[in-house]
Ligand binder design. Structure first.
Ligand code: ZN
Length: 337
């Protein structure tokens, strides 16, 4: 501004009369122009001093108005601040509420977590209990099924025995061994004894009393792989009037089933008591000493005569000897005194 003033002053010096120029150039606004006074005059002149003196009340009024405006503005600002404060307070309240809600939710989540844990624990317990119960139940079922098996077996044996009584003849005995597979399974599981024994039969009347012993799971070297078959002399009603010792000859026949008699390839094996080897069996030495089988004493100790490897399990299954789980085994006995 001062540069411009100098420049303007320079123009005045050359272009305008000096007196006129100075009165225009030095005019400045009244000090109260910022508060609204419109007066302009030359600085330091009498006119200016007169203005300042005479317009003092107006200046004060202007000042007062400005102060009043400022006051209003301040009041407005206070209101705005109060409004902001209220807003901040409201927001804080909302935040507080949110926080409470959040805390509540977190509490709920935690309690749900605990509940879930409890449920999991209960479930695990339940699972263990149920497993135990299942085990007990299956054991009971197993037991019952075994009992039922045994019942069926007993029933079929007694039925077979009844059949045999009809078909039995002196000196021979046809034995239908039913439920072969179930019997063998039970024997292998150690739930049934081997051998199984046929009904007794007589060779004549009067005659000798005998029966058949069958080891379904084999005996001696054939254990687990073949069926062993033996004849056995038992204590009988006529023993006191019979001749002793005896040398029986046993003929065992395993029938091939479901074939015409002419086409059948039965297994027929014969054994006489003196054919038994004597080297390893103490009872055989009794036979040798006595020249045959002595009169039985009513216990099971009399010797058995037959075959350890009468038929292998494999042969039995593949050659038609086993049908409907039944085996037909016949023994014929000739007694030599
Ligand atoms: Zn003024």
């Amino acid at each position: 501004m001062e540069d411009d003033d100098k420049w303007l002053l320079a123009i005045d010096l050359f272009d305008e009369p000096k007196a006129e120029a100075s009165s225009v150039e030095k005019q400045v606004p009244c000090k109260f122009s910022v508060f609204g006074c419109q007066f302009k005059g030359v600085k330091g002149t009498r006119e200016m001093r007169e203005h300042m003196r005479s317009k003092s009340p107006q200046h004060i009024t202007l000042l007062h108005q400005v102060v009043k405006l400022q006051d209003i503005k301040i009041k407005q600002q206070h209101e705005t601040i109060a409004k902001h404060e209220r807003y901040v307070k409201h927001v804080s309240q909302v935040i507080k509420e949110y926080k409470e809600q959040f805390d509540e939710q977190r509490k709920q989540v935690n309690s749900q977590k605990t509940m879930l844990k409890d449920i999991q624990h209960d479930l695990t317990k339940l699972r263990v209990t149920s497993r135990k119960q299942n085990k007990n139940l299956s054991e009971t079922i197993e037991e019952l099924s075994e009992k039922f098996d045994q019942f069926l077996l007993d029933y079929s044996i007694s039925k077979a025995d009844a059949d045999l009584k009809v078909s039995a003849r002196y000196g021979e005995h046809l034995w239908i061994i039913r439920n072969y597979s179930r019997r063998l399974r039970r024997i292998k599981l150690g739930k049934s004894d081997d051998p199984i024994r046929s009904d007794p039969f007589y060779t004549a009347s009067p005659g000798y009393r005998l029966c058949i012993w069958v080891y379904l799971n084999g005996r001696g070297k054939s254990l687990g792989s073949a069926i062993s078959v033996y004849g056995k002399v038992m204590a009988g009603d006529f023993d006191p009037i019979m001749s002793w010792p005896i040398r029986p000859q046993f003929t065992f026949t395993l029938y091939e089933q479901n074939r015409a008699a002419s086409d059948r390839k039965d297994i027929v094996r014969r054994r006489r008591v003196h054919e038994i080897k004597r080297d390893h069996d103490e009872k055989n030495s009794i036979t040798r000493v006595n020249g045959g089988i002595p009169r039985p004493l009513g216990d099971d100790r009399s010797i058995i005569v037959g075959f350890d490897n009468f038929v292998t399990h494999e042969e039995l299954h593949t050659c038609g000897f086993l049908k409907s789980d039944n085996i037909f085994l016949k023994v014929e006995v000739e007694i030599n005194v």
